[in-house]
Design a protein around this ligand. Structure first.
Ligand code: G6P
Length: 369
């Protein structure tokens, strides 16, 4: 096992560090930057189905559901296709309205999640076209779907999903961009710009990973608290949910993710000097609004950990700690802002002596209801 961990203390840490290459493996051969082309057989072969779709319904569970939420922003923003994101477990039991004009995208790392599999079967029985986004080749979901694409993240052993999440987002971004091009909802220069920026993401993830020592120091300060709040807006709202999930899963600290603007409808009541609040406040995407949320937190003495764009000064002046990520397009920012949240959870869990790779009560793949 030590050899399999490749010198890292845990599979989770190894998998966090594998993200630059895993993301590259996801777009390799599919994204040709010089030619400004994206090609994926599963999408090309079914282009009519995608372009004629009334809407896309995404079904998934857990972290994969969070990737689906990020995809909702990307698909709607770039390809202008309406998207609904559903917990597979809810979708399968609530007699959903599904027609032959619906495209369902099922996202699953393992390809074995029972609820997601059942949701796929239901959608197929109603005549919808079902596209799978899986990591495990030949898995049940990969076989059950009408078409699909693999993330190529490599085996993920840690129960808490890391590289599966970022590669799912990468793959869904490629699909959204391809459809946007086919739909004519993105200009050729904007399309090219996205490809160039996506190609730079692995290096920027690497750069973000260099903050590990700083993040470890922050983990040490907050490891003994009982509650954490995570806030983000737009593309980074799902990242807040995922950050909170990661902390819950492996450290057993209670954490909630919220859209930053919803704070005033409840969570603000929890804020006092003992409450750490992780706020994703990168430069593009509602920055000024997030800054005013941060001011609200500060006036209630909450402890602020800001995830900011390199060179930020405004949040730095208000926050107790900041963790910088390189600048990128807003639509690609989740691929960077997720990284410090993974490391923060990891280090808190290690300091609390938790079983990081196999947290209590959790399973890597949930093949029963
Ligand atoms: C379990 C795992 C999570 C995962 C979820 C969905 O709860 O512990 O990490 O996100 O299942 O799994 P899937 O394989 O369908 O992505």
């Amino acid at each position: 096992e030590q050899i399999e961990k490749g010198g890292y203390d845990h599979f989770m840490l190894k998998e966090i560090y594998e993200q630059p290459s895993a993301i590259k493996d996801t777009y390799r051969g599919r994204m040709l930057v010089d030619e400004a082309i994206i090609k994926m057989a599963g999408v090309e072969d079914n282009m009519k189905k995608f372009l004629n779709a009334n809407r896309i319904i995404i079904v998934a569970c857990g972290t994969s559901w969070h990737a689906g939420l990020v995809a909702e922003y990307i698909f709607e923003d770039l390809a202008r296709i309406p998207v609904e994101v559903e917990y597979a477990s809810e979708f399968r039991y609530r007699n959903p309205v599904i027609t032959e004009k619906d495209v369902v995208i099922a996202i699953s790392q393992s390809g074995e999640t029972a609820d997601t599999l059942a949701a796929i079967k239901l959608a197929k029985s109603k005549g919808a076209f079902v596209f799978g986004v899986c990591n495990v080749v030949g898995s049940s979901i990969a076989r059950e779907t009408n078409a699909g694409a693999y993330t190529h993240a490599g085996p993920e052993i840690g129960v808490a999903s890391t590289k599966a999440f970022t590669t799912q987002i990468t793959l869904l971004t490629l699909i959204a961009l391809r459809l946007a091009r086919a739909n004519g909802t993105i200009s050729s220069s904007d399309f090219r710009h996205h490809l160039i920026e996506l190609e730079m993401i692995p290096e920027k993830v690497k750069k973000t990973l260099e903050s590990e020592a700083h993040i470890k120091m922050i983990a040490d300060i907050y490891k003994d608290v009982h509650h954490f709040l995570y806030l983000g807006r737009g593309y980074n709202f799902p990242v807040a949910l995922e950050g909170a999930l990661k902390l819950k899963e492996i450290s057993y600290i209670h954490a909630e993710g919220y859209p930053a603007a919803e704070m005033k409808h409840g969570p603000i009541a929890l804020i006092d000097e003992n409450m750490p609040i992780v706020v994703i406040a990168t430069k593009r995407g509602h920055y000024e609004k997030v800054v005013s949320n941060i001011q609200e937190i500060k006036s209630r003495k909450g402890k602020i950990i800001g995830i900011v764009t390199e060179g930020d000064v405004e949040v730095k002046a208000l926050a107790d700690h900041v963790i910088e990520v390189p600048e990128t397009l807003e639509s690609l920012s989740p691929l960077l802002t997720t990284i410090p949240l993974q490391l923060l959870s990891y280090h808190i869990a290690v300091m609390l002596n938790r079983n990081v790779d196999q947290p209590r009560n959790l399973a890597k793949s949930v093949t029963v209801e």
